[in-house]
Design a protein around this ligand. Structure first.
Ligand code: NAI
Length: 462
């Protein structure tokens, strides 16, 4: 068996990006992946297929609600679910093949199969044992289950099953108002399902800036999603074709039951490290199953590293990618670095939500003196022309220095717009730096500049 400088276990966004960077830096590299295709959860059953369905259902929404307003007449489209699934699979297929091509181009060997680590420096796949100077665990995460709730991926589904339902359900209950629940819930609501989201907390999207979270909830309600907040799901029972979801309201212990054709369980994910042999190796993990690493992604066992959803931090593909590139640089003798203070988070609904840095609640809790600059998309001509005047940009800056501490956007293309603030924050910019930067007119990004102006002498169009 060939021996390698680095073997990466897992071909998701963390692992494949890491493999390419290792190879680019001159390390002899292999990546072990057991799925039929590269790309991990994100490309196969996560970010990418869900974005295809979000795009298609948004187009339907536009046709149903806005076409006639713009003078576009004609029969509005109906849903051909089979074709929508084919489109989704095509998008996935193009991207997974793309990674295979990149592996060949960069001379990364793809070892097909499921890996274990019999000892430091050794990776076993089937009967084959490979030598590796360094091993990087990038095995990602899997959905958590809920006591009393059995997932069958038919009636009671995780995000994986939700992407490939045989038809659009009439009634869908979503357990958990986090990112997955809201993205998939809004897809099916737009496709005609009656969607009820049951959430344990008394607000949606835990951890998000409170003001944005409230406005986001209002927007989703307008789109037809129903929310039952402060409710703990007790159990889900199923027949052949239906489900009943029992929940208890936390404030008064009232119990109630919801009927559903499909139940989506979206209550979080946990590291997936089964079968690696971590316990026998003595690799330290946290009580939540996250592999413990130091600032250079090294575990307590020499030569074994870990990145992405398998370790601490937000479970986001781009965080895993950054760690993948950084650990490759560390192994190549360079200074790999990830700025965990500037990792954007995006919810790909419509409108989108994008956030970076600290929330107002976090700043208050830290006792930090800050100022807030806000600007509504109602004051942005481009957004209004697209019927997208809902939402706002909120920039939080240090009261004394004006340095940007966080930014939160609810609005059109928020996930694209957030990056100018990310770059600004990487450079330690002030709100005034953004305010003094010429922004093209008419663009939605002007709302970012206006929010930055609102941190100083005031926005122009407010
Ligand atoms: P999440 O952690 O975002 O949300 C889970 C929600 O379920 C929370 O609001 C929690 O309070 C609620 N919950 C937990 N137990 C409950 C119960 N018994 N009854 C009712 N509600 C309950 O988890 P989610 O949405 O499953 O996503 C998993 C991970 O995947 C997250 O870390 C997320 O960031 C990531 N992800 C990111 C995406 C993006 O960046 N666009 C897209 C999809 C997933």
């Amino acid at each position: 068996m060939p021996s390698y400088d680095v073997i990466i276990i897992g071909g998701g966004p963390g692992g494949y990006v890491c493999a390419i960077r290792c190879a680019q830096l001159g390390l002899k590299t292999a990546c072990v992946e057991g799925r039929e295709t590269l790309g991990g959860t994100c490309l196969n059953v996560g970010c990418i297929p869900s974005k295809a369905l979000l795009h298609a259902s948004h187009m339907l929404h536009e046709a149903e609600h806005n076409f006639t307003k713009m003078g576009l007449k004609g029969k509005s489209p109906s849903v051909d679910w089979k074709q929508m699934q084919t489109y989704k699979e095509d998008v996935v297929g193009q991207n997974t093949k793309g990674i295979e091509f990149l592996f060949k181009k960069n001379k990364v060997d793809w070892i097909k199969g499921w890996a274990s680590i019999p000892a430091a420096g050794k990776v076993q796949v089937g009967d084959d044992i490979y030598d590796a100077k360094n091993i990087i665990i990038a095995t990602g995460s899997e959905p958590t289950s809920l006591p009393g709730v059995e997932v069958d991926e038919k009636i009671v589904v995780t995000s994986t099953g939700a992407l490939s339902l045989p038809k659009v359900p009439k009634k869908m209950v979503v357990i958990g108002a986090g990112v997955i629940g809201l993205e998939m819930g809004s897809v099916y609501a737009r496709l005609g399902a009656e969607v009820t989201v049951v959430e344990f907390l008394d607000h949606i999207t835990p951890g998000m800036d409170g003001e944005i979270s409230k406005a986001f909830a209002r927007s989703l309600k307008k789109q037809g999603l129903k929310f039952i907040l402060g409710a703990a799901v007790q159990s889900v029972s199923t027949t052949k074709t239906k489900a009943k979801v029992s929940y208890k309201l936390r404030k008064n212990d009232t119990e109630a039951v919801l009927d559903a054709d499909v139940v989506l369980v979206a209550t979080g994910r946990k590291p997936f490290t089964d079968g690696l042999g971590l316990e026998a190796l003595g690799v330290e993990t946290s009580p939540r199953g996250q592999i413990r690493t130091n600032a250079q992604w090294a575990t307590n066992v020499a030569g074994i590293y870990a990145i992405g959803d398998a370790i601490d931090g937000p479970m986001l593909a781009h965080k895993a990618e950054d760690e993948g590139m950084a650990v490759a640089e560390v192994l190549a003798g360079k200074a790999g670095h990830v700025n965990y203070g500037v990792i954007p988070g995006v919810v790909y609904t419509n409108p989108e939500v994008a956030t970076v840095g600290q929330t107002e609640e976090q700043l208050k809790e830290a006792g930090r003196a800050y100022k807030v600059g806000k600007f509504s998309f109602m004051g942005n001509a481009r957004a209004k022309a697209m019927f997208a005047g809902e939402g706002f940009v909120k920039i939080l800056a240090d009261q004394a220095t004006d340095r940007i501490l966080g930014a939160h956007i609810l609005g059109p293309n928020a996930g694209e717009m957030i990056h100018e603030i990310c770059v600004a924050m990487e450079f330690g910019a002030s709100a005034q730096d953004i305010a003094l930067t010429c922004h093209a007119h008419p663009t939605c990004s002007e709302a970012v500049r206006e929010a930055a102006l609102a941190c100083g002498d005031g926005a122009i169009h407010a």
